[in-house]
Design a protein around this ligand. Structure first.
Ligand code: 5MM
Length: 340
């Protein structure tokens, strides 16, 4: 394991004013996104869409430190034949790869899932490194509902995350550790706080037992937020306050950085929350974004699969990237959204 190199990459991922573009939608997810904008999910359409994002020069150069790719994308070439990975590297951003194989129902735990993909992971990491990836991502999914999450689901998922992280470091790839507590239910913010705390405590205990070097990883957590169907949803100040409190209680300062997922928040909500959290500094770690939907929703909608919309969609992507780059420094202002 090349410790210095791992630390260098982990720090570059969370460099000041920069964050991650999560473009690692698996086949089912990208199909759902394309269905919503009336675009057929073919290999070429997926390539065209992602190429459009990776060719948004200002965003890729100034705000996007790294891009998480799906297996198909890391092997794809742009229309002119250049590998998409090369396009990303040439813009100054780092290519990363989703290495989990998605979720399956967890035996004897109704309504709960386990993320799979540990078998043969070492060999896959070696191949991805040869294809250009310098970091990886694994997402564990924890749902909140009556009687769940269970001890079984939480511990099994945390163990898998820690095993993945250790394998990544052994193969000189920086692990992004993503334990996502979903915001789908009707729970209130305090339930989200309690479950997020339990998840993070368990994950960091397992990372310790798997001997993961905290300086050579990045945490990708959910924010502490009310469920989407909650009767009364907590406001931005409460979200920022409780998110930072749980992180300070659970995440050692040795961790190189924290890059939030957006988890179904609106584009602007995700920016506002990130901005408020950064305004509550000084913080023990750099805190930034690793957004999928909150970076792509607007450009995707504007693009709608039409070549004549590419320039406008790139402007929309550049704008969201710039807003989140500012939020990662606590410098975002609502007026900037209006001006755009
Ligand atoms: C981009 O979405 C990622 C892949 O999801 P699937 O495996 O379900 O297709 C997802 O892991 C994403 O990286 C994170 O959830 C963060 O994305 P959001 O949209 O929550 O910011």
């Amino acid at each position: 394991m090349n410790k210095d190199q791992l630390i260098k990459i982990a720090r570059a991922i969370v460099a000041k004013g920069k964050g991650i573009l999560a473009a690692d939608e698996s086949s089912g997810t990208i199909k759902r996104r394309f269905d919503a904008i009336g675009v057929e999910s073919t290999e070429n359409n997926r390539r065209d869409y992602r190429e459009m994002l990776f060719r948004t020069t200002s965003a890729m150069k100034n705000q996007i430190s790294g891009v998480i790719l799906f297996d198909e994308t890391i092997r794809q070439n742009a229309k002119d034949g250049k590998p998409l990975v090369q396009l990303i590297s040439e813009s100054g951003s780092l290519p990363g790869i989703k290495v989990d194989k998605g979720t399956k129902p967890l035996p004897f735990c109704p309504g709960e899932v386990i993320t799979e993909g540990l078998d043969g992971l070492g060999e896959r990491l070696d191949e991805y490194r040869k294809l250009g990836a310098v970091f990886a991502k694994w997402r564990a999914v924890i749902d909140i509902d009556n009687g769940i999450p269970s001890y079984t689901a939480l511990n099994t998922n945390a163990h898998a995350l820690a095993r993945y992280a250790a394998l990544c470091q052994e193969h000189d790839i920086v692990p992004i550790v993503e334990p996502e507590v979903l915001m789908d239910g009707g729970h209130d913010i305090d339930r989200c706080y309690a479950i997020t705390e339990w998840v993070l405590k368990t994950v960091f205990s397992d990372l310790y037992y798997q001997r993961v070097m905290l300086e050579g990883m990045v945490l990708k957590p959910n924010m502490v937020i009310s469920g989407k169907k909650a009767e009364k949803r907590a406001g931005p100040d409460e979200v920022a306050d409780k998110t930072l409190r749980v992180l300070k209680n659970c995440v050692p300062p040795a961790v190189s950085g924290i890059a939030f997922l957006s988890g179904g928040q609106s584009d602007e909500e995700a920016t506002v929350h990130l901005n408020l959290i950064n305004q509550m500094g000084p913080l023990p770690w750099p805190v930034t974004f690793s957004y999928g939907r909150a970076l792509q929703h607007e450009p995707q909608t504007v693009w709608a699969g039409k070549a004549e919309n590419v320039a406008a969609a790139q402007r929309a992507f550049a704008h969201r990237a710039r807003m989140n780059g500012l939020a990662a420094q606590g410098q975002w202002k609502h007026d900037l959204e209006k001006a755009a």
